[in-house]
Design a protein around this ligand. Sequence first.
Ligand code: CP
Length: 322
Amino acid sequence: MLDFIILMAQNGVSNMDVLSVDQFDIKQLEKIFSLAESIERRLKDKKAAKELAQKHFDKQICTLFYEPSTRTRLSFETAGLKLGMGVVSTENAAGFSSAAKGETLEDTINVLNNYGLSAIIIRHTETGAAGKAASVSKVPIINAGDGTGEHPTQALLDAYTIKKHFGRLDNLKVVAGGDLKYGRTIRSLCRLLALYPGNHVSFVSTPELQMADDIKQLLQKSGTTYDETDDVNKVFADTDVVYWTRLQKERLENPGSIDSGGFTLTADNISKLPKEAIILHPLPRVDEIDPEVDKDPRAKYFEQAGNGLYIRMALLDQIASS
Ligand code: CP
């Protein structure tokens, strides 16, 4: 029985859906991280990896992506394959599924429900689309990013990366920078950080890309302190985690209205960071981190992307075992 994904108390969604980080508490998060860690270890052992690759030979998953993706779709598909699952996929559902002929999301999900799948992993342009899919689905739905809403599995892998490095998710100073208005990954990560005591978040953005009030209110309510600045130099000297993001141009009402997220991390400005700090980015990167930064041992964003495989294997393993 799945014990770490709890009931979402809305729309009658199944207790195996992964729609929002809000459905997890600290105990459940620790179980996910512990399973991800065990899977990471087993993948390094030839015999254990082979056993994993046979574990769910009779299960299939579907990746249904209405928006572009490299990491989320391919790591979910790799995760399924490394657990022995079959994978069916539509990588451009907006253009090449029957959505292009006018089929509703609900009808698509109702059809997929007849194929004996173990999970449907969905990315969509609309905030709330994963919840909408879950409201009609008997098959567990995993939210792989819905508009400017949430990206829960990204937040899980972000938190897993932080935990692996610092051994904890509390009492951390986090600098979140770039496009805080349209980026969904930082919204989900803030929700997770708010569960743990003693965290402080510094939001660094230009005035037009500031973090929305709902997240600031959530932090305040949970006792997580935050500040806002447009000057990285004010916050870099005293931070544990730098979480940088790109401008989400695809979400701007007028795509030409803003050129960039306003701040580029360079070898020069990261020299102000403490030696133990880590630099994360959900990727893709455009021009907000100079490739020179990649050589710095504090740059962990590629390792972070790799952690997505273990987290997504942990989720799929639990869902398929239930
Ligand atoms: N971080 C992330 O969601 O990357 P993709 O858009 O490539 O899936």
